[in-house]
Structure formats: C-alpha cells, structure tokens
Design a protein around this ligand. Structure first.
Ligand code: ADP
Ligand code: MG
Ligand code: MG
Length: 201
C-alpha cells in the first residue's frame, strides 16, 4: 500500500469519459426504472464537456484542475447529480495537495464526501451515490488496494438494489424504489473503477 502510479490528468479524464460513454445506456435504463431516465445523458454530456477541455485542465496544478472540473460538471451535467458530482470534485480540489500521497488522497476524499452529503442533505443508507463513495473511502482507510477498492465499489452499488430510496427522484416511489440499483451509485462505481485502474494498475 502507499504506492500510487504517477498519472497524468489527461489520461484520467479520458478513461473517466470513456467509461461513462460506454455505460451511458445502462445508466439511462437504471434511471428509467426509478427516476426520469436522464442519468446516462447527463453524465455523458458533463464528462464529454470535461474531455473537450482536458488540455486546459491539464496545465493547472492538480487542486485547481479538480476545482475547474467540478465547476464544469456543475454547469454541464445538470439534474440532481450535477451539483453533487461537481461538489465532489470541487471539494477534492480544495483539500488535495499538488502531489498527493495516499494519506492525503484519502483525507481529501473523506472531506469531499462530507461536502456532497452537506450539499445533498443526504447520508449513507438513502440509496444514492453516497452509498458507494463511503465504502470506497472506508476501503482506502483500511489500506486496501486496486482490485479490493473496485470490488468494494461494485459491491456497494449492488447493495443499493434492496434499499429504499430516501433522496432524489427515486424517493418519490417509496417502496417501489426497492429492487433496482441506484443510477448514481452505479456511475460512481464506474468512475471509481476507471480511476483506480489507472492510479494503481
Ligand atoms: P435527476 O434525478 O435530477 O434526474 P440524475 O438522474 O442525473 O438527476 O441523478 C440521479 C442520481 O443522483 C441518483 O441516482 C442519486 O445517486 C443521486 N442523488 C439524487 N439526489 C441526491 C441527494 N440528495 N444526495 C446524494 N445523491 C443524490
Ligand atoms: Mg434522472
Ligand atoms: Mg432529471
């Protein structure tokens, strides 16, 4: 543990945008089941906008780049998830150092999750992206590495299936939200996998 590949931001942006594009239809159908069916399009629009400016972001120090990416996501993703993913990246940028080690990354990620929870007035157990973010942070705190982190993210997304949604559009369905994976939990797990495979792969 403690080792991280030194990776360039353009590669991270590219793999994140690729995975969202490759899974956009899946995210849409998850959101169709218990939401309004736009999560795939929302995320694809946002991450393609980030990809389009990857060169500019990559010239900035990491903290500034993450803040700029977060701002871009807020402006382009839309929906409930845009401000929340935007907050995640902006807060990460605020807390991370220019050349983070694992301890700094873990601490910054924890603060960023707190910022998302505050923005969403939400907490773990409500069938949202937080139900993936928190277990991934726990895995980092436990010193887990590559495949263990991606497994934690995938299991956490799967664990939203039996949950009842208490935040977002899916909460309007009450008990009928049970039995479907949360779309934002799935997109979060996809992003965690893409980033982890680059940083630790
Ligand atoms: P919208 O629901 O406005 O159409 P999206 O479909 O893009 O927005 O995103 C929905 C996802 O956003 C949900 O699957 C959930 O993971 C996440 N979400 C919604 N509201 C909240 C909240 N208050 N806190 C945390 N996550 C939330
Ligand atoms: Mg939606
Ligand atoms: Mg919507």
């Amino acid at each position: 543990t403690g080792t991280m590949n030194k990776v360039d931001l353009k590669t991270l942006i590219s793999v994140a945008a690729d995975t969202i594009a490759a899974h956009a239809e899946e995210l849409t159908s998850l959101d169709q089941a218990i939401g309004d069916g736009d999560h795939g399009l929302n995320m694809k629009r946002g991450f393609e906008a980030v990809r389009a400016e990857a060169d500019t972001f990559a010239t900035k120090p990491l903290p500034d780049a993450l803040k700029a990416i977060g701002t871009k996501l807020v402006m382009t993703v839309g929906g409930a998830s845009g401000p929340l993913f935007g907050t995640l990246f902006m807060a990460l940028g605020k807390e991370i150092s220019a050349e983070p080690d694992r301890a700094n990354l873990t601490a910054a990620f924890g603060k960023a999750i707190e910022a998302v929870a505050a923005r969403g007035k939400s907490q773990v157990g409500q069938k949202t992206m937080l139900d993936v973010l928190q277990p991934v942070h726990d895995a980092l705190l436990q010193g887990k590495t590559g495949p263990e982190i991606t497994d934690a993210a995938d299991s956490a997304a799967a664990a939203t299936v039996p949950m009842k949604a208490l935040r977002g559009r899916a909460s309007f369905l009450g008990d009928r939200s049970i039995g479907h994976m949360d779309a934002g939990a799935r997109s979060t797990a996809l992003l965690v996998r893409a980033v982890t495979e680059i940083i630790e792969g």
